[in-house]
Write a protein that binds this ligand. Structure first.
Ligand code: PMP
Ligand code: GLN
Length: 388
């Protein structure tokens, strides 16, 4: 047999099992409270689960149209209009994907030539680095630095070069919990407009914002026509297992994303698409309550982690609290998180892997608060017994 590695294995060296899957498995193996992988421990709202059951019982069990069920594409466009004041044509500008994960990969495949640069805001969600490399592109980091994790406009301008095709912008941001403000977005928009760079925005936490509104880069002047907007039902409706995401983009970008999607999954989750169309139509109160209930749990977990002596960073959005455990005497986030389930009975995610140079994220550990209050309380009790 040839001893040459398959080219993807060498291009994606270091990308074995994702850190989320590894940490979730470790938590399960030790019966630990799993605050690692970001998923809710409650079901989606009943109106949504009932709609999925009705769809399955009602014979909606075969391929959906490749671009997505019409009712869902219309609901996505209406949702975008309601929350961002932007009109997208459901037929030519909206595409349903197998979660935001496929959307990110399809968007990168759609826009990148081999050898292009893709700018990512670091720490960066793993799918951007892997997706860029799968497309043959090179991820170029712009670092968001604690405590505020703002975009450094000068660094951004320096990193963007003649080969830069796109910038991936994630806000609310995983893993820092930062929400980009007007200054950050304007700095990015200015570079995109002036240097003819596309934007891919990952807005899966758009409804999980705790201080100030989430603003979408595509809403800024000159940006709609050069942005691929990505979101997902996973976090908004506590339905990470349903894998329903979407892309809103102008027609030419939509066409390219659809070609990529067509040959990755072709289509996905017909009955779940029907159900998420119902979810996107829920009244404003649902979305307000979603953020409120997560705010309470953010505060609960942040206070608990502080009481353990960890340096806790402010979370303005997302599911996550980021801590620096070096303040408690640990300097290796990976070793810390690998030990935590067995020794303390809690799962968490090490963040050095969110950096192109892992040394930059040394000591940063992410805890998820998308869990019921009593589950967070148990995790805090265990952490306090070990560290406080
Ligand atoms: N982007 C970010 C920033 C995420 O945290 C996640 C995890 N939900 C995803 C994308 C993937 O979303 P999905 O589960 O819809 O594929
Ligand atoms: N988005 C989830 C997280 O950040 C993980 C999803 C996954 O396992 N790929 O925890």
């Amino acid at each position: 047999m040839s001893d040459r590695l398959p080219c993807l294995t060498s291009r994606l060296q270091g990308f074995g099992t994702t850190i989320f899957a590894e940490m979730s498995a470790l938590a399960a193996a030790h019966d630990a409270v799993n605050l690692s992988q970001g998923f809710s421990d409650v079901d989606p709202p009943e109106a949504i689960t009932e709609a999925a059951v009705a769809a399955i019982r009602g014979g909606r069990n075969q391929y959906a149209p490749g671009i997505g069920v019409a009712a869902l594409r219309q609901a996505i466009a209406a949702h975008r209009q309601r929350f961002h004041g932007q009109a997208y044509d459901p037929d030519d500008e909206v595409t349903v994907t197998a979660g935001a994960t496929e959307a990110v990969c399809a968007a990168l495949q759609a826009v990148c030539e081999v050898g292009d640069d893709v700018v990512v805001l670091e720490p960066a969600y793993d799918a951007y680095l892997a997706g860029a490399r799968m497309a043959g592109a090179v991820p170029r980091p712009v670092t968001l630095r604690p405590p505020d994790f703002r975009v450094d406009a000068a660094e951004l301008a320096e990193v963007v070069g003649p080969r830069t095709r796109a910038i991936v912008v994630n806000s609310p941001h995983n893993p820092t919990g930062a929400v980009l403000g007007d200054d950050d977005l304007e700095a990015i928009a200015a570079v995109c407009r002036e240097r003819d760079v596309l934007a891919i925005t990952d807005e899966v936490y758009e409804h999980l914002v705790y201080s100030g509104p989430h603003r979408s880069l595509a809403s800024r002047a000159g940006m709609r026509e050069r942005t691929v907007v990505i979101s997902s039902a996973a976090k908004t409706f506590s339905a990470t297992g349903w894998k329903i995401g979407w892309v809103c983009a102008p027609p030419a970008l939509t066409t390219a994303v659809r070609i990529a999607k067509q040959f990755m999954t072709f289509t996905n989750g017909t009955p779940f698409q029907d159900a998420i169309a119902v979810g996107l139509g829920l009244d404003d109160g649902f979305f307000v309550e979603l953020a409120e209930s997560h705010r309470v749990r953010r505060d609960q977990l942040a206070a608990g982690l502080s009481s353990c002596g960890f340096d806790v960073m402010a979370t303005h959005g997302s599911y996550f609290v980021l801590t620096d455990v070096t303040s408690a005497g640990y300097d290796d986030d990976v070793a810390f998180c690998r030990d935590l389930p067995a020794k303390v009975g809690v799962g968490a995610v090490p963040c050095s892997g969110f950096y192109t140079d892992p040394r930059r994220g040394r000591g940063l550990v992410r805890f998820a608060f998308c869990k019921r209050g009593e589950v967070i309380a148990e995790a805090v009790k265990r952490l306090q017994a070990a560290f406080a």
